[in-house]
Design a protein around this ligand. Sequence first.
Ligand code: PHE
Length: 484
Amino acid sequence: MTLTNNERRVLDALAEGDGDTDAEALARTTGLGRGPVEGAVELLAEKGYVNVDETAETLYKLTDEGRGYADDGLPERRLHDYLVENDDVTTDELRDVEGFEIGIGHLRRKGWAEMGATVEPNEASRGDDEEALEALASGENVDGVPETLVDRGLVEREEERTVNVRITDEGRESAEGDDRGTVGALTHDLLASGDWKDADLAEYNVEADAETTHGGREHILRQMANRVKEVMTDMGFQEMEGPHVDAEFYINDHLFMPQDHPARTHWDKFLVEEPQRIDELPDEAVENIRNVHREGAEGGDGYHSEWDRDVARTLNLRGHTTSLSMRYLAEGVEPPARYFSVDKVYRNDTLDPTHLLEFFQIEGWVMARDLSVRDLMGTFVEFYSHFGIEDIEFKPHYNPYTEPSFEIFGEHPETGEQIEIGNSGMFRREVVEPHGIDDDVEVMAWGLALERLLMLIYGFEDIRDVHGTLCDLELLREVPVLWN
Ligand code: PHE
């Protein structure tokens, strides 16, 4: 049987010794590392040349801090000694004893003193922790080291794994036998000396498992974003672009969100420290928006509340990309028009399996005459069908800026739950009128979550599987490429 060089070295070392040792010792005698030795041992075991058994032992070691206390006593012991040696010690006086900050809590927890106007010592017998510290310091390995020492960072626990290796009769035969001298790799020396001509070359095992290598690949979220862009452009939409940091004017005020709306309070948004406000807002647009907030538009009579231009100038990280839709509408678009974006938004949410502080939104809107809710629903049915999702559902919803409004739901392929995948509606007159859009022109609009679309397709349940430091590398490596 052909052995690799490492197997040969390990087997020889075993045969030359007493045949019964462990991986650590073999690493030393062969000069190979512990890893290569364990690898070779595993291969030798498969061939029946060695028997292996593994044991694990817990070892405790003093940290530097622990060693210091083993010499000088635990800080609470020092405090206690001080209390015994001195009368009527006040807390302030005790504060000057070295180790006070660390020791005082433990002193109290152990009941070694009564805290009053003065600190009075109680009986304080020697604890298990002190015994263990001393034993460890004198080099004994102690069983059952109190957990508190580990928690306090005075002792470190280490698992020591011992791999015991014993050569078998077959192993001995092989070590002494004549299938020696197989060459696992052609070296420079073999070539230069010409010895390669006589060498017995090891056979390749073409059936052996090869190591898996992972090349770089496009992240599935990026793949999906690109696919969405393709689908949207195929459906006749043009892409919007715009700032991630924007004035509330475009993020909120254009959307008929009253300035005292709960979603506009500071804990719901990410403010910008420098600069805090945008320099300019167009005067005419400001007047139109102020007017609609105060007096309303056709079909509604506004909030009649204060509307402050400085609040509108405040810069935020956008909480939705509807700010882009507003910027484009403000440019003066003629119907029919279709726009979309696939871009990042930022929300001060609590992190959980479905919420992150940033995610991607698929924003879109259509402006045309005679649009109805059926066009809106039909657009989603078509959009999602491009991704093989045929069973979306709608739920009536409320947004300050759309009427009617709908949330869109899809079935999670693993849990069977209906998960929210988007929000949509027909823009109210209060949103479109400031842009001078004709009465018979409707704008339908939406924001869909890219990550939720991804969940429906790939079946993962936690958004953190694809975003950030907790991401599931196996998922990211192994999901098939669906589009390219
Ligand atoms: N801005 C909404 C959100 O972030 C989505 C939306 C956009 C809803 C446009 C209706 C119209 O949830």
